[in-house]
Design a protein around this ligand. Structure first.
Ligand code: GRF
Length: 216
């Protein structure tokens, strides 16, 4: 679309980067309302860094070890502002962010979590879901607030839990849904269709895709 000003976006990772790869693929469409300008990892061995480099995207490693959270986050913020980024996607980013970082980015910082929030916050998510005996799990993309895995929900995908599921088999099934939902959620946020309304997110002109149960 001529003159479409795409939201300059950064993706923060700590590891594999399969969600990053899905976001990069979505941004290959020139009509997609976001462009990934920078990928930052807190771990130098994150294989997602190679995914970004292969796509010609700038990468940066900001090590958190031996530093205060505030120092680490000051470098993070400087790198984002230095790249004129105004939208940030956490994708397998395993560091807790303090209110000092989250609050100024509120409304422009989103995350994906592999459960149907508010159920099963935190870590060992699939172990929690299996222990609870749920029949449906899934993933959630939400705006980030300071509390862990908290914030207005943008989109979710529901995934069936099999009787013989292990945390690994459930994680793998949910990951496929993540790769569909995250790009969709980024599209709605970057285009301005998704607007925070208190505890909720209103999304204009949404038509959920057929097939996967994805409810914004
Ligand atoms: C995903 O399951 C995501 O939901 C969680 O950590 C995993 C990251 O995977 N936050 P990847 O690095 O995107 O492959």
């Amino acid at each position: 679309v001529a003159g479409l000003n795409r939201r300059r976006t950064a993706v923060l990772i700590s590891g594999r980067g399969s969600n990053l790869a899905a976001l990069i693929d979505a941004c290959r469409d020139a009509a997609f309302p976001a462009s990934i300008e920078l990928v930052i990892s807190n771990k130098a061995d994150a294989s997602g860094l190679a995914v970004a480099a292969q796509a010609g995207i700038a990468t940066q490693v900001i090590d958190h070890r031996g530093r205060s959270r505030e120092d680490f986050e000051a470098d993070l913020d400087a790198a984002l502002r230095g790249a004129s980024v105004d939208l940030v996607c956490l994708a397998g980013f395993m560091r807790l962010l303090t209110p000092g970082f989250v609050t100024p980015w509120y409304g422009r910082l989103i995350n994906i979590h592999p459960s149907l929030l508010p159920a099963f916050r935190g870590i060992r998510v699939h172990e929690q879901a299996l222990a609870a005996g749920v029949r449906i799990s899934g993933c959630t993309v939400h705006f980030v607030r300071p509390a862990v895995d908290d914030g207005p929900i943008i989109a979710q995908a529901a995934v069936p839990v099999a009787a013989d599921d292990t945390p690994e088999t459930l994680a793998a099934r949910i990951l496929q849904a993540e790769h569909l939902v995250y790009p969709q959620a980024l599209r709605w946020v970057a285009s301005g269709q998704a607007r925070i309304d208190g505890e909720r997110v209103a999304i204009d002109r949404v038509t959920a895709p057929a097939g996967m149960l994805v409810s914004p």
